[in-house]
Write a protein that binds this ligand. Structure first.
Ligand code: KIV
Length: 268
């Protein structure tokens, strides 16, 4: 019998049973299908698509249309059998609650996602409540919020001072209370992430936030060696850049030297 598609309750149960949750970003159909085949529990079509796939230098330029385009590919690639979170891009949930709700609905209705992710703490709590009430599962995202890069003047580790740690804890509790089904904690110091994971009953998914979180998320191009550099929080499980370089070089050489195509590749 085919395995049942995960739901928000699957992840809550995994937290209760202390079974680590594995999340990975995906932006295209074949990668998404492979990740799920290999046991990844849920996929995030992150706005990191901007840096990883679209050639932008940050996530700021990513548009709703670009996000939806990649979400549709991921959902198709997994034949709607995986839990897919669509990441709401910069300014798609800040203009008004109404436009935020309509944009969130596009991820569920148009792209076939199961939930949306939004960056922000206290500022998005009322919106998380409104979306959850309307039937949109929300994964919150606190700590380092890449959409704030221009205001912050760079990417900073979160939770280093007592005040910052306390604020993160209060934000996490408020987001849980508002109905978020999961929280991504990005680049939060490990002791603070540990406390937050223990204090909340919803799953806490870390990236650069230590091993005490209920699960981990990684950017797929980082673990595959396609990002050009390895961030401190990532582990490179393959060097696909080297594999691709060799393949492209061999292809170029074969065509130039007329070793490809051979008779086998030709239609008679
Ligand atoms: O956009 C993204 O890929 C993310 C993850 C880094 C959590 O937000």
């Amino acid at each position: 019998m085919a395995e049942q598609k995960p739901s928000v309750s699957t992840f809550r149960k995994m937290k209760r049973e202390q079974k680590p949750i594995v999340m990975l970003t995906a932006y295209d159909a074949p990668t998404a299908a492979l990740a799920v085949k290999c046991g990844v529990d849920l996929l995030l079509v992150g706005d990191s698509v901007g840096n990883t796939m679209l050639g932008y230098s940050s996530t700021i330029p990513v548009t709703m249309e670009e996000s939806l385009h990649h979400c549709r590919a991921v959902v198709r690639g997994t034949q709607s059998n995986a839990f897919v979170i669509g990441d709401m891009p910069f300014m798609s949930y800040h203009v008004s609650e109404e436009s935020a709700l309509l944009n969130a609905a596009k991820f569920l209705q148009d792209a076939g996602c199961d939930a949306v992710k939004m960056e922000g703490g206290f500022d998005v709590v009322p919106l998380v409540k409104r979306m959850t009430t309307a039937g949109v599962p929300v994964c919150a995202h606190i700590g380092l919020c890449p959409q704030q890069v221009k205001v912050q003047g760079g990417y900073r580790i979160a939770g280093r001072t007592e005040d910052a740690a306390e604020r993160l804890m209060q934000e996490a509790l408020a987001l849980e209370e508002a109905g978020a089904f999961m929280i991504v904690l990005e680049c939060v110091t490990a002791p603070v992430a540990d406390k937050i994971s223990k204090a909340l009953s919803i799953p806490i998914i870390g990236i650069g936030s230590g091993s005490a979180c209920d699960g981990q998320v990684q950017v797929v191009t980082d673990i595959l060696g396609l990002s050009g550099y390895i961030p401190k929080h990532a582990k490179r499980y393959a060097n696909l850049a080297a594999v691709m370089e060799e393949a492209f070089t061999n292809y170029v050489e074969d065509v130039r030297s007329k070793q490809f195509p051979t008779a086998e590749n030709a239609h008679q």
